[in-house]
Ligand binder design. Structure first.
Ligand SMILES: Nc1nc(=O)c2c([nH]1)NC[C@@H]1CN(c3ccc(C(=O)N[C@@H](CCC(=O)O)C(=O)O)cc3)C=[N+]21
Length: 288
């Protein structure tokens, strides 16, 4: 048996073409959505991701606002850019690319953002709204995982889901999304302190692997037919992406997200969704 592919590239393309129509409608009403990015330092990976986000924006008609700061930028200099984007009406949503250089207080920067312009869904106010079941921009990668499963008809309702990882961008919010009444999954969160990871993995109908440990998920630990989402991004010596899922898992699983080509493009698509939804909210607020 070979697993069916959870095709993030194709699904993201479909979402983008749907967004193109909504952006055109907003523009007709006089509202052009604009995505801002704040990039600090010269990490080649971060530069590549940010460039990808602006390419996506161009494809769907969203305006791009790019701010770049040197790796030596101070806390005050970064915060000044955040304030500027908060006040810029052309910027309807923005992200501060993480991680920020050593010595910068990331949480202080994120807290300073206008929560209504938070395109990543990582502002403490929006994470709090998620806990409280209030409408908010959702964290892009976890939301991308759910959209990818839904678009391929994988049953989430009642599923046993194991999330591996407890990072802020994925692991900590993934269970919050999965246990909403609309998803209704049962979730086990595993991490580096989990005593017997294999014990949990073997019961899972769905595994979200976001540990950042190359090939952590082995074929012998996966229930036949399970859906496996590879969210891990490590790099080998040549710079090639190595995921958290061992290639042999494709012979056991029912569904698998390739990496690259799986969750990565979905993350970018959900970012655009957050930008368009924020612009739509701003447009209806202005109309009423
Ligand atoms: N504030 C903030 N928001 C983020 O969303 C954020 C961040 N900081 N810091 C870094 C991580 C990483 N991340 C990725 C997004 C897309 C791909 C992606 O599209 N990857 C392609 C391949 C790209 C390649 O080949 O390098 C794929 O999986 O097919 C990957 C990684 C967003 N992040």
């Amino acid at each position: 048996m070979t697993a069916q592919i959870l095709d993030g590239k194709a699904t993201a393309a479909a979402i983008k073409s749907e967004l193109t129509v909504r952006v055109a409608a907003l523009k007709e009403r006089g509202f052009t959505p604009g995505l801002g990015t704040v990039l600090v330092g010269d990490d080649p990976g971060s530069q590549k991701y940010v460039a990808g986000k602006h390419r996506d924006c161009a494809q769907v008609g969203i305006a791009s606002i790019q701010r770049e700061l040197p790796a030596t930028a101070t806390q005050d200099e970064i915060e000044a850019v955040v304030r500027e984007l908060n006040d810029d009406p052309a910027c309807t949503g923005y992200i501060v690319q993480l991680p920020l250089p050593k010595g910068i207080d990331e949480n202080r920067v994120l807290e300073l953002m206008d929560p209504d312009k938070d395109a990543d869904g990582l502002h403490p106010m929006n994470l709090g709204r998620l806990v409280l079941n209030e409408p908010a921009p959702l964290p892009c990668t976890p939301n991308g995982v759910i959209t990818l499963l839904r678009k391929h008809g994988v049953e989430i309702n009642g599923a046993e889901v194991v999330v591996v990882g407890r990072g802020v961008t994925i692991g900590r919010s993934m269970p919050l999304l999965l246990t909403r009444r609309s998803e209704n999954a049962t979730v086990t969160q595993c991490h580096t302190g989990t005593r017997d990871l294999a014990y949990h993995l073997r019961k899972a109908d769905i595994i979200v692997a976001a540990a950042g440990v190359p090939h952590l998920i082995k074929p012998e630990d996966v229930k036949p037919g399970a859906a496996i989402l590879d969210v891990g991004v490590s790099r080998d010596e040549s710079g090639k992406i190595v995921g958290d899922v061992h290639p042999g898992v494709g012979e056991v699983a029912g569904w698998i997200s390739p990496n690259p080509g799986g969750v990565g493009p979905m993350t970018r698509a959900q970012l655009l969704v957050n930008v368009v939804e924020a612009a739509e909210r701003a447009a209806s607020a202005a109309a009423s």
